[in-house]
Design a protein around this ligand. Structure first.
Ligand SMILES: [Zn+2]
Ligand SMILES: [Zn+2]
Length: 374
């Protein structure tokens, strides 16, 4: 089966190859011959963080998914950082990304479908004109076309990318006293690290990790990748609840992007942070576990008794989850509206505590029952 491949995009091939070679060979040689100091190291980290978070908090969660709203100053800072990260304009990136979510793993439509293999989803998709048919079609981003900062960045993307990628390292180098070292470390090494860690989300985060919420697509949760990508490694959760401003939903999960967004909201720079209702999250997880157990038990020798038991426990769990969160909602509403009589009504509070205790008990027995299949 021979399929003619689309033409190579030489500009991209050159950029990715040259920057990679300079970072992999040039930087260590320079480190050996001249050396880098802690100020340069710190600036590398700062610039890497600025690029990375402009993509995660800006391009990804703000613009692609509308998981929150941010004021113009924040949007401007992310727009500049996105050009510095050299990952195309906000408009183009978001358009690709919305298609990725909508048609995930569909080799014909998903721009970086993981089913086409690691190399393709990591970088290959940008090396040939696979997407040229829709380079100017941004119809899935009409909302973003109303954002003046998005359109300004799209129009001036190339000059902005050049100015940031040469200007920022150059200015730092002049201040610090080692221009070549700065261009190498803050310019090239930072760019390569920023590129490949982001690319890991399209490649590795669809290959390596757990699927606690859904197996309907290849996306995976991976704490190690979250560490490299400012929290984006919780990709299984993200693909099922894409409008949540968090990717790592537990307080202990490493998601600096979530912390940044929350800090911005606290400072009055961001608002309308969207989260998925907790009952939906818990139900998704239980349903995935049930599905996994059903698949397992259906394969081996007759296990119908065990299967029935698991299914029955699952039904009870789902019912208890619904009951608890509904009661909790009533409770919070009563508190908000200051329905003092209801809120202070002992019976109501007692009822809430009972419902809560029953759910906790059911969670425990579900965990015990399913732990051998986890
Ligand atoms: Zn994905
Ligand atoms: Zn996404």
């Amino acid at each position: 089966m021979s399929e003619t491949k689309p033409p190579i995009i030489w500009l991209n091939v050159m950029i990715f190859t040259l920057t990679f070679l300079v970072a992999a060979i040039g930087a260590p040689v320079y480190a050996y011959l001249v050396g880098f100091d802690w100020q340069q190291g710190l600036m590398l980290l700062a610039a890497f963080t600025y690029c990375g978070m402009s993509i995660t908090a800006g391009y990804h969660r703000l613009w692609s998914h509308k998981a929150y709203e941010a004021n113009a100053v924040v949007r401007f800072i992310f727009a500049i950082g996105g050009a510095f990260a050299l990952q195309n304009s906000i408009l183009h990136w978001s358009s690709d990304h919305r298609i990725h979510h909508r048609h995930v793993d569909n080799n014909d439509v998903d721009p970086y479908s993981a089913k086409r293999g690691f190399f393709y989803s990591h970088i290959g998709w940008m090396l040939r004109e696979y997407q040229s048919h829709r380079y100017t079609d941004y119809s899935n981003c009409r909302d973003l076309q109303k954002d003046k900062i998005v359109m300004w960045q799209h129009k001036y993307y190339v000059p902005l990318a050049i100015v940031t990628n040469f200007g920022i390292p150059l200015l730092f180098g002049l201040w610090h006293g080692d221009v070549w070292g700065a261009l190498l470390l803050v310019g090239v090494v930072r760019l390569v690290l920023s590129h490949h860690t982001t690319f890991f989300i399209n490649s590795l985060a669809h290959i390596w990790g757990e699927q606690p919420y859904t197996d309907k697509n290849t996306a995976r949760d991976n704490g190690f990748l979250a560490f490299l990508t400012f929290g984006e490694g919780y990709h299984n959760y993200h693909h099922i609840f894409e409008n949540d401003y968090r990717n790592g939903i537990r307080w202990w999960q490493f998601d600096p992007t979530k912390w940044l967004i929350r800090t911005c909201a606290w400072l009055g720079l961001a608002s309308n942070l969207r989260t998925c209702p907790e009952d939906k999250i818990e139900k998704a997880k239980a349903t995935m576990m049930l599905k996994r157990i059903q698949n397992r038990l259906n394969q081996g020798p007759d296990q119908s008794a065990m299967l029935h038991r698991v299914e029955a426990e699952y039904e009870v769990l789902i019912q208890k989850i619904s009951e608890y969160y509904a009661t909790k909602k009533q409770m919070l509403e009563a508190r908000k509206k200051e329905l003092r009589e209801q809120y202070e009504n002992l019976e109501f509070v007692q009822h809430y505590q009972e419902v809560k205790a029953k759910l906790e008990q059911q969670r425990r027995s579900w965990k015990l029952l399913t732990s051998q299949y986890a």
